[in-house]
Design a protein around this ligand. Structure first.
Ligand SMILES: [Zn+2]
Length: 61
């Protein structure tokens, strides 16, 4: 079981739950925050695309 949890809003997705969840997981974005891998849901990824690409710390969000 692979559960993705959004680092920003806390929503979670079980990517192994069913085929639709697996497809949805593909649109999640991974990023590195303070040396560990974190994930963002599609909504937050879109809202914060610029800061993710810039590898900025998320404290200011
Ligand atoms: Zn989110």
């Amino acid at each position: 079981m692979t559960v993705l949890t959004c680092y920003r809003c806390g929503t979670s997705l079980d990517s192994d739950a069913d085929e639709q969840s697996g497809m949805a997981a593909l649109s999640w974005v991974s990023a590195r925050e303070r040396g560990r891998d974190v994930f963002f849901c599609p909504q937050c990824a879109r809202d914060n695309l610029r800061s993710i690409e810039g590898k900025l710390d998320s404290d200011w969000w």
